[in-house]
Design a protein around this ligand. Sequence first.
Ligand code: PEP
Ligand code: MN
Length: 369
Amino acid sequence: MIIITKPEAPRGSQVFAELMEYLGALKRIRTRVHEEHGAQQTVTEIYLIGDTKSLDMADIQSLPGVDRVVRVSEEYRILGRHADDRRPTYFHYNGIRFGQDTLNIFAGLCAVDTREHVDIMMKALQDSGLNCTRMGAYKPRTNPYSFQGHGKACLPYVFELAGKYGIRVIAMEVTHEAHLEEIQTALEETGRPTGVMLQIGTRNTQNFELLKKVGRQHEFPVLLKRGFGITLEESLNAAEYLASAGNRNVVFGLRGMKTNLGDPHRNFVDFAHVPVVKRLTRMPVCIDPSHSVGSRDRAPDGLLDMFHITAQGVVAGANMILVDFHPQPARALVDGPQALHMSELAHFVEDVGIAREAYEKRVALAEKH
Ligand code: PEP
Ligand code: MN
């Protein structure tokens, strides 16, 4: 059970202290207080943990200082959508809104290779009116002899160029807690020209110690990718690890499942789960058509499979798109075969716009019926 206190009863107030005293006297119930600092106001939530079944909602609701009471199901206590749950389904980061009602495109390099390519990529984004990107510095690779990413060496120029081209948020995978510090240091040293969304890749979805470390910091939001060989429930629980450690600014990423049943795509596209994740949780949902499809194959109608699959996710209400581009895909050090060409960026953005408009029309139609 979660109690949301009235704005006039924040932590430190007399009413709040009396409320905590009352709750403290309840048998077999522990409390945990969480404060959510939004742009407009701070919301204080008191989590009641333990034998809450015996508590009467109406009794708790009538206590002084209580605004609302939400009875949570066992699953996804913090990030879940519970009955009568009107907690927000969005957050803001570096001037960008991430919610179940927005759509942000993160087009960029799977792996940073040269400064010149980062410059070309970011300039193209600015020319297309985009202000988010993806840039891989730390690459988890299947083969130990493959390029592992430039690591912290590339961060200064990546951040500087992002500032130059008005990029507000860079999705960047981290595979070790040390990477957080390296990112923080490089941001500090370059004067914070941009923001970073920490990405947990599919190979680390259940790296619980990494999740706890990333969850304990409040500076950066997190993109958690679904594990490629585990159930949706297990991946959503992984997201809950981040929230239970303290960070609720989490976007959930669908990137396809590893099975030959999806052949000839690299992974079995799972964007049918966009509405499912939005129903079960309050997280915005990201789709990754690049790692799902994994090729530049084209359908007979002239559209790349990647365009079709992106549209499927967007038309179903996806909130973020993570997509690989490269100025010279043939020379990319990672995932070149699935990278879209710079000349395709404007087309991609326009095509996404059509799918988003269709989604908005579908929502409006559903409201009418
Ligand atoms: C990536 O986005 O570069 C990546 C490695 O993705 P995933 O973790 O989904 O394989
Ligand atoms: Mn990749």
